[in-house]
Design a protein. Structure first.
Length: 154
């Protein structure tokens, strides 16, 4: 079989990979992206998490944001923004993260819960100075830059 492009290769790879379905919150101010520091994986991530079998991505995100950021969002607070496919950071090699991302309000009093070490807004340049770098976060920055919603610097 001949693959035409990298997206075909990714689709073939995904067919054989374990997939983790997640939902992520996109909040940006001044062209910077809100990220949460996960104590468990010692890395900066989009707020959100895994989708339980009985949940929609939107329901999972509302639950996860309540748990992580101590804010109760309504379905009407969230707008579908984009989808991310990336290697699942902190998981075994070959596991893929599929993440539905929703834009959330930037004017809410988000605060870190006990499972989150810190919340902070990042430009891509600031994020690239962190270690480790999470592939899904880079993809989110790239999609925001393409839409003119994040600063276009690396």
């Amino acid at each position: 079989m001949t693959l035409k492009n990298s997206s075909d290769q990714m689709e073939t790879h995904l067919y054989n990979a374990k997939v983790i379905h997640t939902a992520g919150l996109i909040v940006y101010q001044n062209k910077q992206l809100l990220l949460a520091f996960s104590k468990h994986k010692s890395a900066w991530y989009l707020p959100g998490g895994k989708i339980d079998p009985e949940e929609s991505p939107l329901e999972a995100l509302i639950r996860e944001i309540q748990e992580e950021l101590c804010v109760t969002l309504l379905k009407t607070d969230l707008t579908p923004l984009f989808h991310i496919t990336a290697p699942a950071f902190g998981e075994k090699e070959g596991i893929i993260m599929e993440q539905d991302c929703f834009q959330g309000p930037s004017d809410l009093p988000y605060k870190a819960s006990s499972e989150i070490g810190e919340l902070r807004y990042f430009s891509l340049a600031d994020y690239m100075a962190q270690s480790p770098i999470v592939p899904g976060v880079i993809t989110a920055f790239e999609k925001l830059q393409a839409a003119g919603l994040a600063a276009n610097t690396r």
